[in-house]
Design a protein around this ligand. Structure first.
Ligand code: PRP
Length: 209
């Protein structure tokens, strides 16, 4: 039995549809219910719906053998897991953004509002720039508008949120997409099951990239 953690929400539903299309279906998943764990003995899979940022925790601790998680979460929490495949969906980028037409002075400590302190710190360390992190949990865009921060480090997908708030991207830090990850011990002990799924993904999804 392969235990698979999927992120609750649109991305997870898309991933489930992809897995189902290559023989890892579990019809009960599509029923309108509030169950969180689904088993299909025939296909040898058990799925869990987890909060997106928790998927890596389940996989790192081995409660799930494999899972799908955004690269943003992997870069932020740096879990000790194998990253095996880029599903090429859930694409967006991690960017520095701020008020349109303005650029913060480079001689002062930069105040950075973000949900991703680790990514922001690593980025500015690599540029030897002094920063102060302001950790927020959502609606980050408000911070520079209210002058609480000089910039934000956040996910940009369509760019609509920035535009509608008179902000603009200043720099791209890294491109993001959904990744298939595996627990390190499970990868060894369930190597056959994991690599069968991985090979099927490569066979079916590589050519669509
Ligand atoms: C994310 C991100 C941006 C927005 C970007 O927010 O933090 O606010 O999406 O998307 P766009 O470029 O297509 O406008 P999310 O919806 O996850 O909410 P939150 O960060 O405010 O909690």
């Amino acid at each position: 039995m392969l235990n698979i953690a999927l992120p609750k929400g649109r991305l997870g539903e898309k991933v489930y549809a992809m897995f189902s299309s290559i023989g890892y279906g579990c019809p009960e998943m599509l029923e309108d219910n509030r169950k969180l764990i689904f088993t299909n003995e025939e296909n040898g899979v058990r799925y869990f719906w987890a909060k997106p940022s928790d998927v890596a925790v389940y996989v790192e601790r081995g409660a799930a053998d494999v899972g799908v998680v955004g690269k943003d979460i992997l870069l932020e929490s740096e879990p000790d897991v194998y990253e095996l495949y880029d599903l090429d969906i859930g694409k967006c980028r991690m960017a520095v953004a701020g008020i349109k037409g303005e650029r913060p002075a480079s001689d002062k400590t930069l105040r950075v509002a973000t949900k991703f302190p680790n990514i922001a710190r690593n980025y500015y360390n690599s540029k030897s720039r002094d920063i102060e992190i302001i950790k927020l949990h959502g609606s980050i865009e408000i911070a520079p508008i209210l002058k609480m921060s000089d910039v934000i480090v956040d996910i940009v997908e369509t760019g609509t949120t920035l535009r509608e708030n008179n902000l603009e991207p200043y720099e791209t830090i890294v491109d993001i997409s959904a990744r298939f990850i595996a627990n390190k011990a499970s990868y060894k002990f369930k190597y056959d099951e994991t690599s069968r799924l991985l090979e099927k993904m490569k066979e079916n999804f590589d050519k669509k990239k």
